[in-house]
Ligand binder design. Structure first.
Ligand SMILES: Cc1cc2nc3c(=O)[nH]c(=O)nc-3n(C[C@H](O)[C@H](O)[C@H](O)COP(=O)(O)OP(=O)(O)OC[C@H]3O[C@@H](n4cnc5c(N)ncnc54)[C@H](O)[C@@H]3O)c2cc1C
Length: 401
């Protein structure tokens, strides 16, 4: 059988794209190939579970446009398909005078991105939302919510297969791709599949999968692990919903935050340290060739020279619970080291160009018969259906539909 489209990766981006292609052109034969035994086994299943509102992103960027569109589509999908979520709102809190300019920029971005009822908070108003939170000024973002993205991805798969007749094959690791003039051959550890087009949504391995077919690629995925602590149940009262710091604009991550989880519990994290293995969730996980590849990518060397003070601080906090707690106490002074127990972790696929730029926006690289999603960092889970629309329209254009 020759498929119209093969998608590599059953994370939330791959499954949303598969669903959108079928919704827009139900007659197309679409196959998703995934190396694991289920959907959402990597970034999608190891994230903070936050539905982002579009506060942070540069107005007009892919991230801003897709986040707001994706947010609206996600809420509609969950309402229709019975996936639970809670739009509980969040506070972003400045604890230092030096953060006030950046807090102001966030407010302006939020307004420019169309966020309604975004509210500036004084120190005392912060306490109306989060009574135990310390800050000199803040923002309240009513649209932000919490959700389980594994459940969302499972629902995308269910609708894709059961309502639209799409196919997902697990335990199929894509090992080679041959782009020809009349079609594509995709070789996995199990079989050879043929199609007219291939879409690479392989997350942490998206650069590797792209390189199976493309001669030259000027970006690499650098894996950054994010570690979480869980707050012990007797201290859950310290966090009502979501408490975020003001992010450092020079760094592509949002900073360690407190998140009430949709399935219960409160997490604190994630930090951001270089992972020694792309799918390495523990400090001891090392893959020598992957680490060597990260360390010798010329873009990474430039990143390291630019961000080393921040990076060293993150590594120190990764190994010292006391230092991690101290960072959290800036937001929640009553929190004690003994209130925290180790939680899970996730690894972010952060694309880095050869000039040392950590790519901030979503990045698509196309060939005649291949579409590569080479940077889909946060808020790509929130934005998944909007990214799916973008990919579906690229696919339909290539297939002349
Ligand atoms: C710590 C952390 C916190 C985050 N918090 C949030 C948040 O609160 N809100 C939000 O919106 N976003 C958040 N994100 C971002 C979000 O989780 C990701 O942007 C999103 O999950 C990316 O989805 P994906 O499908 O591109 O990647 P993935 O979920 O990683 O999926 C890629 C898939 O490709 C498969 N694959 C790889 N190579 C191959 C191969 N050769 N053959 C077959 N299959 C292959 C993998 O097994 C995997 O299943 C967070 C991310 C992290 C890591």
């Amino acid at each position: 059988m020759v498929y119209d489209v093969i998608i590599v990766g059953a994370g939330i981006v791959g499954m949303a794209s598969a669903l959108k292609i079928k919704q827009q052109s139900p007659e197309l034969k679409v196959l998703v190939l995934e190396k694991e035994g289920d959907v959402a086994q990597h970034q999608t299943g190891h994230n903070s579970g936050v539905i982002h509102s579009g506060l942070y992103y540069k107005p007009g960027s892919h991230k801003a446009l897709n986040c707001i569109d994706g947010y609206n589509q996600l809420i509609k999908f969950c309402d229709e398909e019975g996936v639970k979520y809670d739009l509980c709102g969040k506070v972003v809190v400045a604890t230092d005078q030096k953060e006030l300019d950046n807090l102001n920029t966030l407010y302006e971005r939020g307004v420019a991105n169309g966020l309604k009822d975004l509210k500036r908070l004084s120190a005392s108003e912060i306490k109306e939302y989060e009574p135990y939170c310390n800050g000199i000024a803040g923002l309240y973002v009513p649209q932000t919510g919490i959700i389980d993205y594994t459940e969302v991805t499972q629902k995308y798969k269910e609708v894709f297969e059961e309502r639209f007749g799409g196919e997902v094959k697990f335990r199929n690791k894509v090992e080679d791709i041959r782009l020809g003039s009349i079609g594509v051959e995709v070789m996995t550890n199990r079989d050879v599949y043929r199609s007219h087009l291939v879409v690479n949504c392989a997350g942490l391995y998206s650069d590797r999968v792209a390189q199976l077919a493309l001669k030259q690629l000027d970006v690499r995925i650098i894996p950054f692990r994010g570690e979480y602590y869980e707050i012990k149940p007797n201290k859950h009262y310290l966090v009502k919903n979501l408490i975020y710091p003001v992010p450092d604009p020079a760094f592509p991550f949002l900073g360690v935050h407190f998140t009430r989880m949709i399935n219960g519990g409160v997490e604190a994290g994630p930090n951001a340290v270089l992972a020694y293995r792309r799918e390495g969730y523990k400090k001891t996980d090392v893959n020598v060739s992957e680490l060597f590849e990260s360390l010798t990518w010329k873009g990474f060397l430039k990143v390291a020279s630019k961000y080393w003070p921040t990076g060293l601080g993150e590594v120190y906090r990764s190994y010292s619970k006391g230092a991690f707690t101290k960072a959290l106490q800036r937001l929640l002074p009553d929190l004690k080291e003994s209130d925290l127990k180790p939680g899970g972790s996730g690894v972010r696929a952060q694309a880095c160009d050869k000039n040392g730029g950590l790519i901030d926006d979503f990045l698509f690289v196309e060939e005649d018969r291949m579409i590569n999603v080479l940077n889909a960092p946060s808020p790509a889970a929130t934005s998944s259906l909007a990214i799916g629309d973008t990919i579906a329209s690229k696919v339909l254009k290539k297939l002349n539909k």
